[in-house]
Design a protein around this ligand. Structure first.
Ligand code: HEC
Length: 484
């Protein structure tokens, strides 16, 4: 014991640790009994980031970059107990980090903590938010299964549609014209070296500023921030009623951070990492590319807005969000901090949450994705077991119409429900659509024999809300209409 103490004294004497770190731990922070729990998200984000660094390094020691081996190396990681646990922690850690940094951003925004003198805290934090999202995106591709692979392809395609810089951006994301080994190397380098390095730099600035400017005091309505007097006032406040950071204020951070890390551990143990999909194969389009949950809403939004607006939303959406993050502290650097005096800030956060939740729910249903698992229509839906209508129902399934179109509750929802197609369209109109295709529907010109087409038309025309006593007789020549 005495020896240990001697070693510590010697170490401390030549490094000055306790002299430089002691004041940091004991520096006074505003007493904030009622709101202190709102302040724990930032430190928890940091804790979970460190967890990600540790598990990420562990994963990288078994991961092989290379389009041929990445998938197999992940399969190997998944096959070992420790590998599964570490992958699980890394996966749930990523989700936790996104949630926490989101909550932290909302907290800082609502409490007006970005106002003078903490504008730079906000801006460095905005950078950290961007990098965290980039980490989530790049990490998803490293899985290099069908889903990861197609997500990157779809992202590059979407980026490619952006005006002016589109093709360059798409090329940059894929590191070439197509997704392949170079893409994987690029994403790996970004995920493991480039973005983490930026995070560390921004984090250092962010934490330095938190110490330099002090933790913001809880906002109070009717107490606006005035840059001329704020610092003097803040120091007087600390002198009057400050409490030492450790342990009075920080125990909540320690407690919450521990809870978060433990929850991630438990999820990793109980639920485990996401299963790998099929290995990527550019010739199979059968995976419905679905990003991990945190990007699901954005993906759904892009899939559902009208095509013409897509290219603008892709580029303007993130640009406006970035601009918003930059302008918030610059335009709103002073004045009232209390959310009660800034009702629009509550409105803004609430509407963002509602929109994201809505599109997230839509994304879970994935209406744009063909339902490849759709079963052939059962006889009770078709109504008959032989004849043109039954043949047509079979064609409807065989030719993949059912992937996108629902009939009486069976099939996909990418295209309109055809349960009452016979009420809404004449056979000629249906035939025209089958031959000409549409924005999200392939053209079947040359894909169907005339018997197939006729039975398909018989089947679709028999789809009515009000069932006719007899199936309708076809009397129009579809080929003629198709030639229009
Ligand atoms: C990849 C998905 C997809 C497949 C496969 C598909 N469709 Fe469609 N279909 C759509 C979409 C999307 C629309 C809506 C297009 C629009 O009007 O903008 C549509 C529209 C239609 C319409 C017009 C519906 C209406 O209410 O206006 C008919 C009829 C139709 N499809 C029949 C078929 C038939 C028959 C097949 C198979 C031979 C088929 N579709 C295959 C996606 C698909």
């Amino acid at each position: 014991m005495r020896l240990l103490k001697q070693i510590w004294c010697w170490f401390d004497e030549i490094t000055g640790f306790s002299r430089s770190l002691g004041p940091i731990l004991s520096h006074p922070v505003p007493r904030a009994r009622k709101t202190r729990w709102f302040y724990v998200f930032g430190s928890a984000t940091l804790v979970i980031f460190l967890t990600q660094v540790v598990t990420g390094i562990a994963l990288s020691s078994a991961y092989v970059t290379g389009s041929g081996q990445a998938y197999d190396s992940l399969r190997f990681i998944n096959s070992t107990t420790l590998g599964r646990i570490i992958r699980g922690i890394h996966y749930f850690g990523a989700s936790a980090m996104i949630i926490l940094i989101g909550l932290h951003t909302i907290r800082v925004y609502l409490m007006g903590s970005y106002k003078y003198p903490r504008q730079m805290n906000w801006l460095s934090g905005a950078g950290l938010l961007l990098f965290t999202l980039l980490m989530a995106f790049t990490g998803q591709l490293l899985r290099w299964d069908q889903i990861g692979f197609w997500t990157a392809v779809v992202a590059a395609e979407q980026a490619g549609r952006a005006p002016i810089i589109g093709s360059w951006l798409g090329h940059f994301i894929l590191a070439g014209n197509t997704a392949g080994g170079a893409t994987l190397s690029r994403f790996f380098a970004a995920h493991v070296f480039f973005i983490p390095a930026l995070i560390f730099v921004f984090l250092a600035v962010h934490l330095y500023l938190v110490l330099f400017n002090g933790i913001s005091e809880p906002p109070k309505a009717g107490r606006p921030v005035d840059p001329r007097t704020y610092r003097r006032w803040y120091h007087a406040l600390l002198e009057r009623e400050g409490v030492p950071f450790w342990p009075e204020a920080a125990w909540r951070d320690v407690f919450f951070g521990t809870v978060v890390v433990l929850s991630v551990f438990v999820l990793a143990l109980v639920v485990g990492p996401p299963e790998l999909g099929k290995p990527p194969d550019p010739t199979i389009v059968d995976a419905s590319p679905r990003p991990d949950w945190y990007f699901m809403w954005y993906f759904a939004l892009l899939s559902l807005i009208p095509k013409w607006s897509e290219r603008w939303v892709i580029i303007l959406g993130p640009l406006l969000f970035g601009l918003f993050l930059i302008l918030v502290p610059i335009l709103g650097g002073r004045g009232e901090r209390s959310p009660l005096r800034r009702p629009w800030s509550i409105l803004l956060v609430a509407s963002a949450v509602v929109v994201i939740a809505h599109y997230w729910a839509v994304g879970i249903r994935a209406p744009w994705a063909p339902r490849l698992e759709a079963e052939p229509l059962p006889p009770k839906v078709v109504g008959v077991t032989s004849g043109p209508i039954a043949d047509g129902a079979r064609v409807f399934y065989d030719k993949g119409c059912e992937y996108c179109h629902m009939v009486s509750g069976y099939g996909g929802i990418r295209g309109p429900d055809l349960s009452d197609a016979g009420d809404r369209m004449s056979p000629a109109q249906i035939a025209t659509r089958i031959f000409s295709g549409a924005e999200n529907m392939p053209s079947y010109r040359g894909e169907l024999t005339s018997e197939e087409l006729n039975s398909l038309l018989a089947f679709l025309s028999s789809r009515r809300r009000v069932q006719l006593p007899k199936p309708p007789v076809l009397n129009e020549a579809p080929r003629q209409t198709a030639e229009r």
